[in-house]
Design a protein around this ligand. Structure first.
Ligand code: PLP
Length: 286
């Protein structure tokens, strides 16, 4: 959140921010704070590329996050970032979910990349840390100095233990993420045919997916309470698999169905994950 706050501080006073209609809910809360302080926030449906391109000329900053959390909508980063660059609109991509293994937004023209290092990069659910990344260009270095100043003035300084844990976790990122992505793809395929699942939201890659259970919020809560291998917790991107009915978080918007469960696939054996989830889904329906 410190990294996100620093990146959003690039919006000038009374400026305009262009965002997808669903973002990580902490970012959504910060955007609402910016709005009360006088900024204009323009929201476009994540998959409506034409709407983004049309709204860009009036914006000071465009904020992108793909796939969106937790609806898993995919945003066409490339054309939006290219147009933003042509227009001189500052662009920021929260790359927490795909990680640099699946997406490298600076190469697509983004000005700033934000990571919740807490998630895949550190990877063991034992550190809270964020990062902002800029290109090694004159424009990038200029933005980097502003982000650095925000960090210093607001005290979001990384502690040595957190940095040590993040660097150690980073060494196994590729192995952890490849395994988690392979398991997520396998689980997404099997869940498509599950009688307790009404909809699978899987963007086609990555280690996260969401499901709408065939039932109401209570059924979804029962699934989350019944798993033994999956943790019912709010974070994501750890070695252990985690799931959560997102609407249990008061700040999650109503555009997120209240029977939606977000799944963050870890590195356990895929058959253990399947057996546990399958049993919990069947028990919740019974
Ligand atoms: C996409 C995304 N960005 C940022 C964050 C915020 O991360 P942190 O908890 O490290 O502040 C989260 C947390 O869930 C997230 O999912």
């Amino acid at each position: 959140m410190g990294a996100i706050a620093a990146a959003l501080s690039l919006v000038p006073s009374g400026g305009t921010v262009l965002v997808p209609d669903t973002t990580y809910n902490g970012t959504g809360d910060l955007l609402r704070e910016l709005e009360s302080a006088g900024a204009t926030v323009v929201r476009c449906h994540a998959s409506d590329t034409a709407a983004f391109l049309e709204a860009l000329p009036g914006a000071d900053l465009v904020w992108l996050e793909s796939p969106t959390n937790p609806l898993m909508d995919v945003i066409a980063l490339e054309p939006i970032l290219a147009r933003a660059r042509d227009l001189g609109v500052t662009s920021v991509v929260d790359n927490t979910m795909p990680t640099p293994i699946l997406c490298r937004p600076l190469e697509l023209g983004a000005d700033v990349v934000v990571h919740s290092v807490t998630k895949y990069l550190a990877g063991h659910s034992d550190v809270i840390l964020g990062a902002t990344v800029v290109a090694d260009t004159e424009r990038g270095r200029g933005l980097g100095m502003r982000l650095h100043r925000h960090r210093t003035l607001h005290g979001a300084i990384a502690g040595p233990m957190e940095v040590f844990l993040a660097l150690r976790g980073l060494r196994t990122l590729a192995l952890r993420f490849e395994r988690a992505c392979a398991s997520a793809a396998e689980l997404a395929g099997r869940l498509e045919d599950h009688p307790a699942v009404a909809r699978v939201r899987y963007p086609g890659s990555g280690a996260m997916l969401s499901i709408d259970v065939a039932g109401d919020a209570q059924v979804a809560e029962r699934v989350c309470a019944a798993t033994r291998v999956w943790f019912h917790s709010t974070s994501l991107g750890g070695v252990e698999s985690q799931l959560e009915r997102r609407r249990r978080q008061p700040s999650e918007p109503e555009t997120v169905p209240d029977n939606l469960i977000r799944l963050s696939v870890g590195i356990e054996h895929v058959e253990d994950l399947w057996a546990d989830l399958d049993a919990a889904l069947k028990a919740a329906l019974a």
